[in-house]
Design a protein around this ligand. Sequence first.
Ligand code: ADP
Length: 396
Amino acid sequence: MKVLVLNCGSSSIKYQLLDMEKESAIAKGLVERIGMEGSKLSQMSNWEKHVIEQPINEHVIGIQLILEALTDKDIGVIATIDEIKAVGHRTTHGGEKFSGSSLITEEVIDALVELSELAPLHNPPQIKGIRAIQKVLPDVPNVGTFDTAFHNNMPPEAYMYAIPYEYYERYGIRRYGFHGMSHQYVSTRAAEMLGKDIKDLKIITCHLGNGASLAAVKNGVSIDTSMGFTPLPGLVMGTRCGDIDPAIIFYLGKKEHIDCMDLDSVLNKKSGALGLSGISSDFRDLEIASEEGNERAKMTLDIFHYRIKGYIGKYAAAMNGVDAIVFTAGIGENSQFTRSECMKGLDFLGVELDEEKNKTRGEEKIISTDASKVKVMVIPTNEELVIARETLRIVG
Ligand code: ADP
């Protein structure tokens, strides 16, 4: 059975077609610059990259192009679109309504529209993508898999903010957490690699990409995570500030005469590693600059690592111990330096990194010593596979 997975952004659609008998992607691609000059589709299929450049004015045109590329006699991987039995969508914000994946019905779309206030950049283009595929493949079921759902069983002490309770009741202001599919995938995979039941494990998962978050996964359930009401708090990210004193916002507003929306953009787009270093939001650039002696790049990396360690300590305390720490996403999978720095000084927890094993990139591996009480692991994430599995489970 083939499942198409879509991740729709405001001007892009990432897609994968998965063969669920083998649980592997048979084509992956990206439609980009929708509604702009230079729009194109790039697809990896049959071990080659193919690019189709053409005007793509709206999402529905992009979806049509994806289906044409998947069924094309030269670059395609299926004979007809009838082979696609279901479509899984990445849906960002499920609020408190969705504690799991859901078959997309008109009521679910209404709920997604309502939740758009909480994820204004993500939910609306995802709804557009759902509408577009409904037009092109009207008989194929659609399933939404929410970034927030894996964190839906956090206890109130982890998700409530200490502001007047009525704001929680009135506006749903609480921690939701994100990157749920990734935390779910790598924690499940960690248990499989360790040959243990996830129900017996305490795992800390570190998703370190442009956006970054940690999660405490106790007995298979996320009990806390570093992102919050939005994906802004927690770790230092590429351009997002992570945790700051909220009073800074009022102070800055006054001093710099900037209004709320401009400050929102400063904290989301001009802060984090970019704002601190003044060099780049890309951690590869920062590692190089730091090696060359740039003090601000070094300081940025130090803060990034220090904050990760802080959350590891918090989550180890929350779970009364930790059995495994997992690194994933762009930085977590690739940066030997970050993994090494984050694991320094955690011997009191029973962490012992093997620096030889740590010389690895983008492959599943245990990188702690055999004697290490806490297993340190690198596991490439696979959010699309989680979406496809969930889609299959829902449509039966
Ligand atoms: P996202 O999906 O959130 O956009 P990714 O998970 O693809 O992000 O991660 C992208 C980030 O990974 C880049 O910004 C870059 O900083 C980092 N990265 C990739 N390779 C390396 C590497 N070898 N060393 C350090 N950082 C890396």
